[in-house]
Design a protein around this ligand. Structure first.
Ligand code: NDP
Length: 444
């Protein structure tokens, strides 16, 4: 059996009931095949792949907190410190009822390669909890965040592990987490990113993932002799990534037709009104069904179905595995030219293969949504030098990084005769740097 197949089989056997983690490992290792097979003996002797798929450390802890009625609840907290070969662990904290160890491991594993692609010195990690922030009062959110940090603070630090936001963890949660860390450690250091601007946050961090997604799509189109202006776009999600992807797409002259949340989706033939979307989701924290009150011309649909809308560009920006084979078939039938992942692993393996086989230019999340973590690393730099850079300076660096990522993954794909396969290109380019650092640092 080939070394790649052996390791895949081992991962499935040793990590039962973690399908998302299996999926992420399978996707990465499959596309690394040409790289591994070119040097199989050495990789096998060094157990390089076994060290890559086993986290350096994984923490699981209880998070007790008290609700407004005096009832105690116990959630589970996680932090997976996956790989520190190229820098301190870096990756978000997800707060969502679906969170389990397998999901955190899939996200942490992906994060290794994404962080490597940014060209910045950050290792891979991820964390979170099965806590559901929806419908909780501010005091309940604070109680949870303080309890979560009361355990996590022992394992993180500006030079060891720097968590950030993710699904369910926005500016409010980062603020409460940071306050508790500072209280327990007695130290004002850049231990979390996505902080408020008044206490060490970076301008452009809020916008970074969505804006970065559009910058890489812009470069992809440019290299294929096209531009974003005048294109129609389907976006899923209505959270941080989706909102700023919509904003930047419209700034660049595209028309965004849709947004989704966990209950349904909206279609606005005149282009999504970003101000209304921000008011509903960021300020009032309401359902998308409210959008019709702002834009009577729009439609609200319960449940799924957004992939049926015809557009030139599709940007899945909500959650993992939201775009399946059936959705991919609709997208191809609609004549879509580009699919770029704003979310982490929103496209199933079968859907990705179908899109690629049918000539759709497909940018995987680990490249396309790397703008968020890249800007987090820029926040770390600003914290270290006790400086705050202007919006334009951070935005310009973000754009440079995203353009660089596109060429990096394009070149890596070409180097192995896989022209246009950006999934393989991203995995190979991300892997090569990490493998090089792991080799240089010996068996650790
Ligand atoms: P948010 O919590 O801000 O928004 C998530 C959006 O997706 C919401 O509209 C939410 O609906 C919807 N959603 C969440 N879970 C589900 C589900 N199971 N089914 C259907 N819809 C769902 O998260 P972000 O925008 O920050 O993150 C979105 C994705 O992007 C995630 O995959 C995340 O890991 C990834 N990502 C985020 C980065 C960032 O900087 N924020 C960086 C890189 C990747 P509702 O409004 O109903 O809650």
């Amino acid at each position: 059996m080939s070394y790649v197949d052996e390791v895949i089989a081992q991962v499935i056997k040793e990590n039962p009931a973690e399908p998302e983690f299996h999926q992420a490992v399978l996707e990465v290792l499959e596309s690394l095949r040409p790289v591994i097979e070119a040097n199989e003996e050495k990789f096998r002797r060094d157990a390089l792949l076994e060290r890559l798929v086993n986290p350096e450390r994984q923490l699981k802890f209880r998070v007790p907190w008290i609700d407004d009625n005096g009832q105690v609840h116990v959630n589970t907290g996680y932090r997976v410190q996956f790989n520190s070969a190229i820098g301190p662990y870096k990756g978000g904290l997800r707060l969502h009822p679906s969170v389990n160890l397998g999901i955190i491991k899939f996200l942490g594993f992906e994060q290794i390669f994404k962080n490597s692609l940014t060209g910045l010195p950050i290792g891979g990690g991820k964390g979170g909890s099965d806590f559901d922030p929806k419908g909780k009062s501010d005091r309940e959110i604070m109680a949870f965040c303080q309890s979560f940090m009361s355990e996590l603070f022992k394992y993180i630090g500006a030079d060891t592990d720097v968590p950030a936001g993710d699904i369910g963890t926005g500016a409010r949660e980062i603020g409460y987490l940071y306050g508790q860390y500072k209280r327990l450690k007695g130290m004002f250091e850049g231990v979390l990113t996505g902080k408020g601007l008044s206490f060490g946050g970076s301008l452009t961090r809020t916008e970074a993932t969505g804006y970065g997604l559009l910058y890489i799509v812009e470069e992809l189109l440019k290299c294929h002799g096209q531009e974003i202006a005048g294109k129609t776009v389907v976006v899923s999600g209505a959270g941080n990534v989706a909102i700023y992807a919509i904003e930047k797409a419209q700034q660049l002259g595209a028309k965004v037709l849709t947004a989704t949340d966990s209950t349904g989706w909206i279609y606005d033939p005149d282009g999504i009104d970003v101000a209304a979307l921000k008011e509903i989701k960021e300020v009032r924290r309401q359902r998308l069904s409210e959008y019709k009150n702002y834009r009577p011309n729009s439609e609200y649909h319960e449940g799924k179905g957004v992939w049926s809308v015809k557009a030139d560009i599709v940007l899945p920006c909500a959650t993992q595995n939201e775009l399946d084979l059936e959705g991919a078939k609709q997208i191809v039938a609609n004549g879509t030219k580009v699919v770029a992942e704003g979310a982490n692993m929103p496209t199933t393996v079968e859907a990705t293969e179908y899109l690629q086989k049918n000539g759709v230019l497909f940018l995987p999340g680990k490249a396309a949504n790397a703008g968020g973590v890249a800007t987090s690393a820029l926040e770390m730099s600003q914290n270290s030098e006790r400086m705050s850079w202007s919006f334009d300076k951070v935005d310009a660096k973000l754009k440079g990084i995203m353009v660089g990522i596109y060429h990096n993954i394009d070149d890596a794909a070409k180097k192995y005769g896989l022209d246009g396969n950006y999934v393989a290109g991203a995995n190979i380019a991300g892997f090569e740097k990490v493998a090089d650092a792991m080799n240089a640092q010996g068996i650790v």
